[in-house]
Design a protein around this ligand. Structure first.
Ligand code: MD6
Ligand code: FE
Length: 231
């Protein structure tokens, strides 16, 4: 007799079955939300062509750069920002600043396409009324990673964070409220949007070193945009 493996039989130590996506409370994954031509699934909204064109405009005005941690290490991820506030790191610490420290001028405005995407994704995930004032843009080249961290430089932890992934797939790790809590892995691919709030808002999370590859649209990189209400 052949027996079908039940979800429970496939579960690992943390109760996670690789065939299922079980997300912590407060987290929603909208697979391929930002890809063009999937109107049937999500209804009409902004797609990747419009987003990528806006992204290029932002990066021209405020180039990606490797910020330095308070400990003095250059981050492997290159970053920039748009919106009223931008996340910065230097010897003095982590904070939000209205100006690009490299030029002293305000970060580029948040493109309307970005705002529209973030508001819509948050709404669909049950966070109506979310209006981001900051967008942190991360570029990962092969080998780049983001160590486990909490996002706690924002003023209001009641607001969620909307996260858009573009390009090469990456493995996102979710932990708990303590750095040493067990982590669950989730692969994020091109166009995926994750909404991260409620009881998960202060959970530790990170990105494993990016595996080498070439994405048909983005090339040899992954970009991640996180929309936040920072101020
Ligand atoms: C990344 N994301 O996906 C890094 N933080 O490259 C984050 O650190 C993150 O995706 C808070 C909420 C959602 C995120
Ligand atoms: Fe984060």
């Amino acid at each position: 007799m052949t027996r079908r493996k039940s979800a429970a039989a496939g579960a690992d130590l943390f109760g996670v079955d690789e065939r299922l996506t079980v997300l912590p409370a407060g987290v929603a994954l909208l697979p391929a939300f930002a890809r063009d031509g999937d109107v049937d699934r999500y209804g009409d909204h902004i797609g990747e062509k419009a987003l990528l064109s806006a992204l290029n405009t932002v990066i021209e005005a405020a180039p990606l750069r490797h910020m330095v941690t308070p400990g003095g290490h250059a981050m492997s991820v290159a970053m920039t920002n748009c919106g009223r506030l931008g996340w910065v790191s230097d010897f003095a610490g982590y904070r939000y600043d209205p100006c690009d420290p490299d030029t002293g001028v305000p970060w580029p405005a948040m493109p309307s396409e970005f705002l529209e995407l973030a508001v819509r994704a948050a709404q669909d995930a049950g966070y109506s009324g979310f209006v981001p004032d900051a967008c942190l843009i991360n570029r990962y080249e092969p080998g780049a990673k983001m160590s486990l961290h909490q996002d706690r430089n924002e003023r209001d932890f009641d607001a969620p964070i909307v996260s858009l992934s573009l390009g090469l797939a990456a493995v996102f790790q979710f932990g708990g409220l303590e750095r040493t809590d067990p982590v669950q892995k989730l692969t994020l691919t091109h166009g995926d949007v994750m909404v991260w709030g409620g009881p998960a808002r202060l959970a530790y999370h990170g990105i494993l070193p990016l595996k080498d590859g070439v994405h048909p649209v983005m090339g040899r990189m992954r970009m991640n945009l996180t929309f936040r209400k920072a101020g």
